[in-house]
Design a protein around this ligand. Structure first.
Ligand SMILES: Cc1ncc(COP(=O)(O)O)c(C=O)c1O
Ligand SMILES: N[C@@H](CCCC[NH3+])C(=O)O
Length: 445
C-alpha cells in the first residue's frame, strides 16, 4: 500500500498517521474508524492556492463538500481561506453551523427545492449555480419576493466526454446536469437569465466529471464555454459576467496503476487554457473558480477495520471479512472502485497470501478489495484501507442497520474525534411506533 502524506511505518512496525500509532487509535476509538491526515488536507489546499497564485489570474478554490462534509471539515476549509461548494440544504446547514462565511458558499444541484433556495437566500450565500429553467424561474421569483438579487452562474453541459466511470462522468450532452449547448438550451438560458428579475448573471460553469487524469477535457470545455461567454458579453449584453467556473474532478492515486497529474499541472493547464481562449476572444481574463473535492480529502483518509472470520475455498479463493464494508465504503460496489490495504498492526511483514476482503453486509457484492496481497491474515488484525477520504463517510449508509463509524482527525501526534461513532440507540432515534402498534406491548406489561 502506498503511504500518502504523514503515513509511515513506525518503530513498532505499526502504521502511523499524523504522528499517531493507528493501533492506539483503534484501542481508543474502536473500529471501523475513518482517520484523516489533517496536515495532508491542509497541504493540498495550500498547493491549489499557490499553484493559482503563480498564474497571475484571479481565482477561487471552492472545496466540493460532497466529498466529505462535517463541521470540523468546514472549519478547516474556512481557516485555509477556501470557498465552499454545497449541493443540498444539509451541506449548507452544516457549513452555516460551522460559521463558514456565507458569502463564500455557492450552491449546486439539479433539483434545489423551494425550501433549500429560501434557506440559501436567507443565509445570503455568495452564488447559486443554476442548473435548469425550472430553477431559474423559481429562484428569480423567490428572490423578488424577498426583495433581493441573487448572483448566479449557469451550469452548462459542454458536450465533453472524459475517460472515467460513466456514473461519474458529467459533462457529456446526455447528462442530467446543466444546460446543453447542442439543443440551444445554454444560449437560451443565458438570454433568459439576463431578463429574469431577482437574479444577476455573474458566471458560467461546467464540470466534466471526476477522477480525471488529463487536462485536455478541461481545455476543451474552457474553449466551448469561453466562446459562449464571449457571445453573452458581446452580443447579449451580459455586463456582469466575470466568473468562469471549471468544476472539479482532479484525479488521485488510489492504486499503483493510477497516474494523476500534480495539482500544479492541472492548474497550469487550466490557466493556460483560460488565457489562450480569452485572449483570442479579446476578452478580459475572468475570475476562475475550481471545485476540487476528491483531490483534497481522498488521499488523506484511511479506514481501519478489525478482521473477523475467514473462509478458504481451496483452489478458488480465500475470503477475509472485516467489521465494515459497503455501509462505510460503497464505492467498490457502485463503481468497481479499487483500493489497497495493509495490516496496520503488522506493517513490516512481507505479503505471503492473496485474499479478498469482504464486508459484513448481507450482500454478495459487498467486497472491499479483490485479491489483496497481505501477510497471513488473522482474526483480530487491523486492516487499513487507504485513500478512503472522499465519498466514503459522505456516502455511508445504515444498510443492515450497521452503525456508521467515528471519524478522527490526526495531526502532530494528536487525534481529535470529529464525528462520534453512531450507537444502536442513534439508529432507532428517529423511529416512531404508532400507539396502535404498542397495544400488545402495553397489555403485556
Ligand atoms: C459540480 C461539481 N463540482 C465539483 C465536484 C467535485 O468533484 P471531485 O470530487 O472529483 O473533485 C463534483 C463531483 O463530481 C461536481 O458534480
Ligand atoms: N461519488 C463519486 C464522485 C462524485 C460525483 C459527483 N458529481 C465517487 O465516489 O467517485
Amino acid at each position: 500500500m502506498y503511504l500518502h502524506g504523514t503515513s509511515r511505518v513506525n518503530e513498532h512496525g505499526h502504521l502511523e498517521i499524523g504522528g499517531v500509532d493507528t493501533t492506539e487509535l483503534t484501542s481508543k476509538f474502536g473500529t471501523p474508524l475513518y482517520v484523516f491526515d489533517e496536515q495532508l488536507m491542509r497541504e493540498t489546499m495550500r498547493a491549489y492556492k499557490s499553484a493559482w497564485d503563480a498564474t497571475g489570474l484571479r481565482y477561487e478554490v471552492a472545496y466540493a463538500s460532497k466529498a466529505f462534509c462535517t463541521l470540523a471539515m468546514c472549519r478547516i476549509v474556512a481557516e485555509e481561506g477556501l470557498a465552499l461548494d454545497v449541493v443540498s440544504g444539509g451541506e449548507l446547514h452544516t457549513a452555516l453551523k460551522a460559521n463558514f462565511p456565507s458569502e463564500r458558499i455557492h450552491f449546486h444541484g439539479n433539483n434545489k427545492t423551494p425550501d433549500e433556495i429560501e434557506q440559501a437566500l436567507n443565509a445570503g450565500i455568495g452564488a447559486f449555480v443554476v442548473d435548469n429553467f425550472h430553477e431559474l424561474a423559481l429562484l428569480g421569483a423567490l428572490a423578488v419576493e424577498k426583495g433581493v438579487v441573487a448572483d448566479i452562474l449557469l451550469r452548462l453541459s459542454p458536450g465533453v466526454e472524459v475517460h472515467t466511470h460513466e456514473y461519474i462522468s458529467t459533462g457529456q450532452e446526455d447528462s442530467k446536469f446543466g444546460f446543453d449547448l447542442q439543443s440551444g438550451a445554454a444560449q437560451q438560458a443565458i438570454q433568459l437569465s439576463l431578463q429574469t428579475k431577482g437574479v444577476r448573471l455573474v458566471g458560467l460553469h461546467s464540470h466534466i466529471g471526476s477522477q480525471i487524469f488529463e487536462t485536455e477535457g478541461f481545455k476543451h470545455a474552457i474553449d466551448i464555454v469561453g466562446n459562449l461567454f464571449a457571445q453573452a458579453v458581446k452580443e447579449w449584453g451580459a455586463k456582469d459576467l466575470s466568473v468562469l467556473n471549471v468544476g472539479g474532478g482532479f484525479g488521485i492515486r488510489y492504486t499503483e496503476g493510477d497516474t494523476p497529474l500534480q495539482v500544479q499541472q492541472y492548474i497550469e493547464a487550466i490557466a493556460e487554457g483560460v488565457k489562450a481562449t480569452f485572449d483570442s476572444l479579446g476578452l478580459a481574463h475572468p475570475e476562475v473558480v475550481i471545485e476540487p473535492g476528491r483531490s483534497i480529502v481522498g488521499n488523506a483518509g484511511t479506514t481501519l477495520y478489525t478482521v473477523g472470520s475467514s473462509k478458504n475455498i481451496p483452489g478458488v479463493r480465500k475470503y477475509v471479512s472485516v467489521n465494515g464494508g459497503m455501509s462505510d465504503n460503497p464505492r467498490p460496489a457502485l463503481y468497481q472502485a479499487v483500493y489497497e490495504a495493509m495490516l496496520a498492526n503488522r506493517a513490516t511483514e512481507e505479503p505471503t497470501e492473496v485474499v479478498s476482503i469482504a464486508g459484513k453486509a448481507c450482500e454478495s457484492g459487498d467486497m472491499l478489495i479483490w485479491d489483496a496481497k497481505l501477510p497471513e491474515v488473522q482474526a483480530g488484525d487491523i486492516l487499513a484501507v487507504s485513500c478512503t477520504g472522499a465519498y466514503n463517510y459522505s456516502m455511508a449508509s445504515n444498510y443492515n442497520r450497521i452503525a456508521r463509524p467515528a471519524v478522527v482527525f490526526v495531526q502532530n501526534g494528536v487525534a481529535d474525534v470529529v464525528v462520534k461513532r453512531e450507537s444502536f440507540d442513534d439508529l432507532v432515534s428517529l423511529d416512531v411506533v404508532p400507539a396502535r402498534l404498542m397495544d400488545g406491548v402495553l397489555s403485556q406489561s
